[in-house]
Design a protein around this ligand. Structure first.
Ligand SMILES: *Cc1c(COP(=O)(O)O)cnc(C)c1O
Length: 469
């Protein structure tokens, strides 16, 4: 087979800075060993996230110049609306400034009662929201509104090295048991994340979307997709699920969303935009209520906290992301890094997901217990050794503490190497693999990490850490 090449060429470049190991040690200390606190300028290869970090195309930049900044009903909004309707097909689509704004609006609406004056009164207590795996902001928005977020991914999805073509699937049997246990009336919505970011960027099959939808219909529970990586998910369906080989990505997307009542979306992922998102739904009454929430914090319904030019960039990005050549390259280039790590028996979630490599830190650093955050320890080491920025997705993010301060660890201790879209070349990725190979040779010497200061919600963003001596 011929080498899979980037289906684009580089028109504009951005230089990156190299640092010495001594400098990086100082940078780490100043950042309290938290990658979110490291100034981006000091990072050589930034794999912290694939969110908002895409390289935009010449056509997106052209759209930015052409953006219509009218307050209401701008031309850019209508282009955005037409493009999102073409792919997602929902009756109502409202732009918001990013995915979590869509979540905040959805969960504020669903976990509130609305009084005669149209005010939202929090009523989240005793309400449950199932998902395959809630992403951190999704979970935080549910919990912040008093609800309970329940993860019901299939058993295979919890074991890093177990192979399954759709490890992001919802465990539909568990879902039905869960609905019977807590009562359908206490479940205002069922979510499904495509691809499953917190569970390793693993796809969800069309069959699973269909079955989840069927269960939701049976119990009259609305069904929403967390659609951030819908195009990558559609591509996996095309190459892995019987009956979809000959369908276009657009046809697959249309079918995925046809089984649902709405979606939340971060345009910072599969829309190649640096900012933006939207919330979409079919229900007219919900739409009216969500609009009231949107106008309070996001803005008028045709711009939702975005500039007209952002809507242009999103509309054009959504056109480019459903291109099969792009998706072919995208999925192959993520797999390329995964195969390099596997060649030295470095444990990663398999099969490789869409947007990132997830290294199994529990397997890689078995001498560090979850209470000493093996994932965070590796994140720190990757920066120290090579100026590479990654992120822990494990007990720092999802560990729960009881009253006595004892931690219940997350299911998995992962380090995510997120691959920004259209940004790094093959030699950048080769370098990342080489640093990991080096670390692999001395990994027994790596020590654990402790948290020295931490806020209540989304603690990984701002917490302070220190190495354990
Ligand atoms: C990024 C992400 C979000 C939140 O989107 P933001 O634009 O970062 O607010 C929600 N769900 C998933 C699965 C994500 O990956």
């Amino acid at each position: 087979m011929k080498t899979i090449i980037e289906p684009f060429k580089i028109k504009s470049v951005e230089y990156v800075k190299t640092t010495t190991k001594d400098e990086r040690e100082k940078i780490l200390k100043r950042a309290y060993y938290n990658p979110f606190r490291i100034p981006a300028e000091d990072v050589l290869i930034d794999l912290l996230t694939d969110s908002g970090t895409s390289a935009m195309s010449a056509k997106q930049w052209a759209g930015i110049m052409d953006g219509d900044e009218s307050y209401a009903g701008s031309k850019s909004y209508f282009r955005f609306e037409a493009q999102t309707k073409k792919i997602f097909g929902f009756k109502h689509i409202i732009p918001v400034h990013q995915g979590r704004a869509a979540e905040r609006i959805l969960f504020t609406k669903l976990l509130s009662e609305i009084d005669d004056d149209g005010r939202f009164i929090n009523a989240g207590k005793g309400k449950y929201i199932p998902n395959n795996n809630h992403f951190d902001t999704t979970r935080a928005n549910i919990e912040f509104n008093g609800g309970i977020a329940e993860d019901l991914v299939i058993e295979e999805g919890k074991h890093p090295s177990v192979l399954h073509p759709f490890k992001g699937n919802m465990d539909t049997k568990k879902l039905e048991e869960f609905i019977k246990k807590v009562g359908a009336k206490n479940i205002p919505v069922c979510m499904l994340t495509i691809t499953n970011n917190a569970g390793g960027g693993q796809p969800v099959s069309m069959q699973n979307i269909r079955e989840t939808s069927k269960i939701c219909k049976k119990y009259k529970i609305p069904f929403f997709l967390d659609a951030c990586r819908f195009a990558e998910n559609a591509y996996f369906i095309k190459i892995r699920e019987k009956g979809y080989e000959k369908k276009s990505i657009l046809e697959i997307c249309n079918e995925m969303f046809s089984y649902t009542d709405g979606c939340t979306m971060s345009a910072k992922k599969d829309a190649f935009a640096n900012i933006g998102g939207f919330i979409a739904m079919n229900n007219d009454e919900w739409y009216e209520q969500c609009k009231n929430l949107i106008i309070i914090t996001e803005g008028f319904e045709t711009y939702g906290g975005l500039a007209g030019r952002d809507l242009e960039a999103i509309a054009q990005g959504l056109e480019e992301v459903i291109d099969e050549n792009y998706l072919h390259y995208r999925i192959a280039s993520t797999k390329y890094l995964g195969e390099k790590l596997l060649s030295k028996n470095i444990p990663i979630i398999q099969p490789v997901g869409g947007h990132a490599i997830y290294l199994d830190a529990k397997g890689f650093l078995p001498h560090i217990p979850p209470e000493q955050y093996p994932g965070q320890a590796l994140v720190v080491e990757l920066f120290r050794a090579g100026g590479i920025r990654t992120v822990e997705i494990g007990s720092v993010m999802f560990g729960k503490f009881d009253k006595n301060g004892k931690m219940t660890p997350a299911d998995m201790e992962l380090v995510r190497f997120a691959i920004p879209r259209r940004v790094y070349t093959q030699s950048h990725i080769d370098y990342v693999a080489e640093i990991m190979w080096e670390i692999n040779d001395y990994k027994k010497k790596i020590k654990g990490i402790k948290i020295t200061e931490s806020p209540k919600f989304l603690k990984h963003f701002t917490a302070k850490f220190a190495p354990i001596a």
